[in-house]
Design a protein around this ligand. Sequence first.
Ligand code: C2E
Ligand code: MG
Ligand code: MG
Length: 460
Amino acid sequence: MQPAELDTGRCDRQHEDARLAALVSTGILDTPPEPSYDAITRLAAEYFRANSASIGFADESRVWIKSHWGPHIREVPRKNSIFDLVLANDGPVIASEFSELSLSEEKLPIFSLLGAGFFASVPVRSFDGKILGTLSIFAREARLGLAPDELHMLESLANMAASQLELRRLRKSLTGNGSPRLHDAGASAIWPSSNDLRRALDQHQFVLYYQPEVELSTRKIVGLEALIRWAHPERGLVPPLDFIPLAEESGLILPIGDWGLEEACKQIQSWCLEDSRHASLRVGVNLSARQFSREGLADHVRALLLQFGLSSRQLGLEMTESSLTPNIRTAMEVLGSLRRLGVSLLLDDFGTGYSSLNHLHSFPFDVLKIDRSFVVRMTEGDQPLQIVRTIIELARVLGLDVVAEGIETREQYRLLRQLGCRFGQGYLFARPMSAEAVTQLLRLPGRVLPDPEACDILRV
Ligand code: C2E
Ligand code: MG
Ligand code: MG
């Protein structure tokens, strides 16, 4: 054997070992299909009018199909698979006919099931560029190729799959099993107790703080997010994460949530009385899972809008994907009726859920809020930045507005604008503050916040 060949072989082996190690760290191999990828394959299939779309990750001998829009396949042999072609090509493989690939049909296990036609396959890469799997589409109807825009779209969807995989790896490194971290009920058993919460409600100790949401290009305040705090007589201002989980567990989130909705509506009315132009503000209220399992939620919201003389455009409801999953059917009905009512529906903490993309397509959201964890990592390198770019692009395709959460630095602000993100909130602009403090802020001319570099006063 020639030394050069020997080197190439060793290099390939190292490459393959590194690739497999990256995959093993995600725990994705030899697991059942994952619904979290279904929105991607479905979007790909619909966008390209394809008969099939699939996402698979390959170990040494098999390609594990995690989502297949079209015929159901769980795994295929890797030898001579599309994955191997993409790996050899180190990039997309696009063909109008199988003959262009100089491979026989029986050597293309996925596509041999589908018959001849057009297909395109792009790599799903790890954050440091290793090809871990592919996103492939197949259409029976022949077409000449993919326009640059279309290829870009397919690659964006593959990046979305890569982000999903990266989230899985992060979760696995946090919990050891790739499952979402569960609330530590033991810690909350000490303080507060449900009795403490009940007493707090009776004694009117909960307050709403509000954080401005701005249009990034103008820094105009376009909305506010209502964030609950517990003004505890001894402990001071207690943050929501210290008591909301217990409120959810104990069911007290229902009366607390009702109070929050009413309080927010009352406050919107009061801002509008101060200045009728504030009617263009949208105030977002966070809702928990339990609140969605009540079929009467839309009626309750309608009654509040009437009581305070508000238009439905003035209210937004924020929910995380996991808050919708316990009872999908009811959540779907409740969201449908809220949507008919005209209130905005915001998908909160996007990207952190167990199956982040799963329901994006089927639920009637208006706005997607990119979780702070992505914004924080955005300046760490190309791949984290790519995730944010892909989320923004996906939202654009789905016709959703995007709000970036947790903007703290000018660099994040600059990058987000560059990526075409329209709205944002974060300490850089303003922290959550009392209704009185917000009232002052809303008096700024045009409701435009000063340039962040000159507005330290807003960050204290
Ligand atoms: P969320 O809805 O995602 O709210 C955003 C959180 O990020 C808020 O935390 C906000 O204070 C914080 N934040 C905003 N900008 C920045 C920033 O630049 N840097 C950093 N480090 N943090 C920033 P908060 O107020 O502690 O609320 C935490 C979570 O509690 C909320 O997350 C929401 O899920 C829940 N929550 C708040 N109020 C309510 C409520 O009334 N009902 C329910 N069910 N949940 C609520
Ligand atoms: Mg929120
Ligand atoms: Mg959030």
